[in-house]
Write a protein that binds this ligand. Structure first.
Ligand SMILES: Cc1cc2nc3c(=O)[nH]c(=O)nc-3n(C[C@H](O)[C@H](O)[C@H](O)COP(=O)(O)OP(=O)(O)OC[C@H]3O[C@@H](n4cnc5c(N)ncnc54)[C@H](O)[C@@H]3O)c2cc1C
Length: 479
């Protein structure tokens, strides 16, 4: 057992060990299968505390994890027998500089804090669509959200992405990141932006927790109306073909910059960044085919990223599997729906969903692939979420196989791609295991995720974290 005294002497935050009454809540994660028995949870107060904790971890050769919002289902923010640097208790504030349209956000803040603080000033930024997720993990992996803003893209890049939206589009959270304060593996507190440590700034925009502990993010904000139109419409299963057909038409015309859909096959979440009357007009084709339930309405902006919350409570074992789809497809939707029905009949104790995100992608793809570490592809995310109650290996395996089967249906529907393989969004899929471009089994999953950006990331890993202190999420091999 290590002696914590050297750490606790100078440390300003709280240290929690297994004998403390708040230990169980301190190691609890959104998905209970991600809970691990840490030896110590260090609730840091500031960057200096983070620096102390990192030095302590190195001196004692402890496994390390960083925790923001705690939503990694793969245990990315947990450390069995190790030390967790937890930013959520103290490093969670959001300050808004309304004049300069900037938000200063603690590395352990939640998106709910961000949405609430920014809209008070009539401003908003791109944020996660489930507001109890953390700003930290979601941002560092790329970050997709409902909002998108007008963007003057180059003609070449628009041509590349014009199947989605020709004039204005959606950006990733990292595309709106201005600067970070980050504590790197050697314990140094650095700032990174386009002008300060630009190589580090490049790496953290998509490179995840590979390069350090971010204690502050600074994001660009944009004027935002106080209400938006959003909610679910529901169709009976026999209408699936009609629903996807309407979705295909909506998608192929290039959705307006105010629109976006999260498609759960027969349950569809509509979003329109405007008043209800305009939203209903924009989605008239969906209403014309006759949903059996209509829960859409004009809601306060800060309620938008809470619409999914009731379906996604804390405290259940969970398996997440992401893939990407090139287009809406009736055949894929029907096969995926059948698979979901079959698995649900076999395992009624499991809650299974498959969500197709139809957020216009032009802005994401108009940023050059090598402008940030994030590997950009002009395809929409598909996310399988499977949740159950009893945390057993058998249940985990069942969920993993079922999610894999549905994901393969989606991949096989990407008929225009030379290979059925296409990598998923790293924050939706921690197990990317596709073959690499040479057709060989990928041993280094970070290599698959980052593609062409990997060699540069490897060089930066060697510069900033040669001993691979930060080994969670997609750990980059230094080279
Ligand atoms: C219900 C749900 C909804 C989701 N919705 C979206 C969505 O709308 N858009 C989207 O893009 N993704 C979404 N995701 C995926 C999400 O981006 C990832 O789960 C992400 O890892 C969550 O970050 P977190 O801070 O909550 O998690 P954590 O488990 O705390 O952290 C995840 C990873 O990030 C690292 N990390 C966290 N904070 C920091 C920090 N400050 N500095 C350095 N490293 C840090 C951790 O070490 C860990 O490896 C969703 C996931 C879930 C479960």
């Amino acid at each position: 057992m290590s002696d914590w005294t050297p750490l606790s002497k100078a440390f300003k935050g709280d240290i929690v060990t297994p004998s403390d009454s708040d230990y169980a809540t301190s190691i609890a994660r959104w998905a209970t299968n991600a809970n691990r028995n840490a030896k110590i949870v260090a609730f840091v107060k500031d960057s200096e505390d983070v620096s102390l904790a990192l030095k302590f971890v190195k001196a004692n050769k402890l496994p390390l994890a960083i925790k923001g919002g705690g939503h990694s289902t793969a245990g990315g923010s947990s450390a069995e027998g190790g030390l967790v640097i937890d930013l959520s208790r103290h490093v969670n504030k959001v300050k808004v500089d309304a004049e300069n349209r900037l938000a200063y956000v603690g590395g352990g803040a939640l998106w709910a804090d961000f949405d609430k603080a920014t809209i008070e000033h009539g401003l908003a930024g791109v944020a996660g669509t489930v507001n109890h997720t953390g700003v930290g993990g979601l941002t560092l992996g790329g970050g997709v959200g409902w909002l998108r803003f007008t963007f003057a893209a180059s003609l070449a890049s628009l041509a590349r992405a014009n199947m989605f939206d020709g004039s204005s589009a959606h950006g990733l959270v990292i595309d709106n990141l201005v600067r970070v304060t980050i504590v790197t593996a050697d314990g140094s507190i650095r700032t990174a932006s386009s002008t300060e440590n630009p190589d580090l700034f490049w790496a953290i925009r998509g490179g995840g927790c590979n390069f350090g502990v971010v204690t502050e993010f600074i994001f660009k904000l944009y004027p935002q109306r106080k209400t938006v139109y959003a909610g679910y419409i529901v169709f009976p299963p026999p209408m699936l073909e009609q629903v996807v057909s309407v979705t295909k038409k909506w998608w192929s015309k290039g959705p307006d910059k105010k629109e976006g859909i999260a498609h759960f096959l027969t349950r569809v979440m509509l979003f329109y960044n405007g008043p209800e009357v305009d939203g209903r007009a924009a989605y008239k084709a969906f209403f014309d085919i006759g949903p059996v339930a209509d829960m859409t309405k004009e809601i306060p902006f800060e309620a938008l990223n809470a619409v999914h919350n009731p379906q996604l409570p804390h405290g259940l074992p969970t398996y997440l599997k992401g893939v990407r789809a090139t287009k809406p497809s009736i055949e894929v939707a029907e096969k995926a729906f059948q698979a979901l029905i079959q698995h649900t009949e076999k395992r009624p104790d499991m809650n299974m969903s498959c969500m197709f995100e139809y957020f216009p992608l032009a802005k994401i793809c108009s940023v050059a692939n090598d402008a940030t570490a994030y590997a950009r592809v002009p395809y929409g995310n598909v996310l399988n979420i499977i949740r159950w109650t009893e945390d057993t290996e058998e249940n985990f395996k069942y969920a993993r196989n079922a999610a894999g089967e549905i994901s393969n249906i989606v991949l096989e529907g990407n008929t225009e791609l030379a290979s059925a393989n296409n990598t998923a969004y790293g924050n939706y899929d921690h197990e990317i295991s596709v073959d690499d471009t040479d057709g060989e089994l990928a041993i280094d999953k970070a290599k698959v995720l980052f593609g062409d950006n990997y060699p540069r990331l490897q060089a930066l890993k060697k510069k900033y974290d040669p001993e691979v202190l930060f080994s969670k999420w997609f750990a980059i091999t230094p080279a």
